[in-house]
Write a protein that binds this ligand. Sequence first.
Ligand code: SAM
Ligand code: SF4
Length: 371
Amino acid sequence: MGIELGMPAFAPPRPFPEPGAAPNAETPEGLDGLVDRYGRRATDMRLSLTDKCNLRCTYCMPASGLDWLPKDKVLTAGEIVRLVGIGVNGLGVRELRLTGGEPLVRADLVEIIAGIRANHPELPVSLTTNGLGLDKKAAALKDAGLTRINVSLDSLHPGTFAQLTRRPFLDRVLAGVEEAARVGLGLIKINAVLMRGINDAEAPDLLEWAVTHGFELRFIEQMPLDADHGWTRDGMITAAEIRSRLEERFVLTPDPRNRDGAPAERWEVRRRTSLEVVAGVVGIIASVTEPFCADCRRTRITAEGKVRSCLFSHEETDLLGLLRSTGDDAAVARRWQEAMWGKPKAHGMDHAGLGAPDYVQPERTMSAIGG
Ligand code: SAM
Ligand code: SF4
């Protein structure tokens, strides 16, 4: 049996407004921010800095890697700073996450963050990274104005880590996490994907490690965005299963703080041995079994400057050509708005593999989209 989507009702779709139609327009063309046909407003920008990566996580990349984009097809530091400016100043972006591929492989990462920070002193800017090389760059990233960091780490056992990432670099990732904590890079969040029979039994140990160090662990349900097309609905570890595994050792109670459009459902964590103390918080991102499409506030830009209105979109809208051919920020903003207007209602993923053809895996893998 499939699991019900359980999504709140959507408003009926509306036609794209004519230029100048909205009376209180924030943009010159008359549409207010990055809204879509269903009334959602994107304020959270996810920007991929590169498609390259130095790990080969089995749920993301093929063992052989991918054909990397040529350098001249990738957004430059200046184009990134300009795009963020268009988003923040004209389109209501209120939060920025830099991702990839692996953003730390970009030699100009510090320059990019410093450029964004110079223009937007109050903007929360976070980075999602696999942590390789973070031990050397954490201090510079903080000095440049990075607000916070998410490090992906699926196992604390060197052998399991190497099996999942196809690289033997656990020690280097742990050194990166330690240095990020030492330099005070905000609340450190740890992202983990559980794979059946590989690291799923490790879930309580990962949580113990995270709460002991003051990190917020977030489990992400494995999504069908892998290059090897190895995902199956029956094989993935569901949020319900993650909760019950954690509850073997911990007591989880819903975090009273408002979820506020965030993808993770958060839980307060208490050890069974000391129930009066909240040891920490754990988040579970149930994109497959408990999707949050109705509350989605994300707009994504790939490393080559294409808007994706949804992680699972089949359509992309190019902004790079326009950025390079015109100095007209309003034209770029308008194209970005048009792309977001077409955001699909929902991804239909929970039914994939169950006989209902609503979900078709996009051509791009997670690393090339920017997770
Ligand atoms: N390389 C960086 C990293 O690993 O953190 C940033 C990019 S990575 C695509 C961003 C996040 O997506 C990581 O936390 C990773 O675990 C997650 N991810 C990748 N493929 C996934 C999949 N098929 N399902 C769920 N999460 C996935
Ligand atoms: Fe690289 Fe991140 Fe994908 Fe792993 S999840 S292969 S680290 S992009």
